[in-house]
Design a protein around this ligand. Structure first.
Ligand SMILES: [Zn+2]
Ligand SMILES: [Zn+2]
Length: 234
């Protein structure tokens, strides 16, 4: 008990020490304390409402109007909203301490998962991982799996490293069709575990990446596919 109290005291003082040396400021409102303050995080959660990634109509977890290669989808918000800014700050500004806030937000909008569910990150282009020093979708998928007490596996791999930035919708679709392949080594385990997958991506620009990844999973025998993203372009 005494040792535990000592440890807590030690952690608290370490936190204070870190705050003195490298103070964190909320990336949205600038308040001192954390990378995302409680008030801004709460606002994102309260303002989130789910919508179809294809047509943008509000949905509970699936759209009755669109034919999609996945059954359910969950999004926190749109790219021009606060969540879009958070996703970009995490990806491009190396603000790693945002990771657990992003996971907290995702947990609050997602339903319960069975322990056999596999969270699959949309794989990042290797060059981008090298430049950013961070595989942002892999990191969030891992942390999210830990929080949801399920697993995260690299079921989808990059087949080539073509860059999508700047390409128009038609070009992006063509690129997305050739960009991914299934990780055969992981596929057997996922199918043995019941074949239930949640695809995770941070930002969906045209939706083509998510759809192509879902089609690939479907072709590989995965029957239950959900999608989780942070933000979608309007
Ligand atoms: Zn704030
Ligand atoms: Zn729709």
């Amino acid at each position: 008990m005494v040792a535990l109290r000592g440890k807590i005291r030690q952690n608290v003082s370490m936190e204070r020490l870190f705050d003195l040396i490298m103070p964190e400021y909320c990336v949205i409102c600038g308040a001192r304390g954390r990378a995302l303050c409680d008030a801004c995080q709460q606002e994102i959660i309260e303002e989130s409402s789910n919508f179809c990634l294809e047509c943008g109509n509000f949905i509970v977890d699936n759209c009755h109007d669109c034919r999609l290669p996945y059954q359910k989808s969950y999004a926190v918000g749109f790219r021009d909203e606060t969540i879009g800014a958070i996703a970009e700050k995490f990806k491009f500004s190396k603000k790693r301490s945002l990771a657990h806030h992003i996971v907290d937000i995702l947990v609050s909008i997602l339903p319960d998962f069975s322990p056999d569910v596999v969270i699959v990150p949309v794989p990042t282009i290797k060059k981008h991982v090298r430049v950013r020093g961070l595989d942002h979708t892999k990191k969030i998928a891992k942390k999210l799996a830990k929080a949801k007490k399920c697993q995260s596996l690299p079921l989808i791999l990059r087949a080539n490293d073509s860059v999508q930035v700047g390409a128009n919708a038609k070009q992006r679709l063509e690129q997305a069709k050739k960009a991914f392949k299934i990780n055969e080594k992981v596929l057997k385990k996922v199918l043995d575990d019941g074949g239930e997958v949640v695809l995770y991506d941070d930002i969906s620009t045209t939706g083509s990446t998510i759809k192509e990844c879902a089609k690939l999973l479907k072709k590989s025998g995965i029957k239950h596919i959900s999608v989780a993203i942070l933000a979608k372009n309007r």
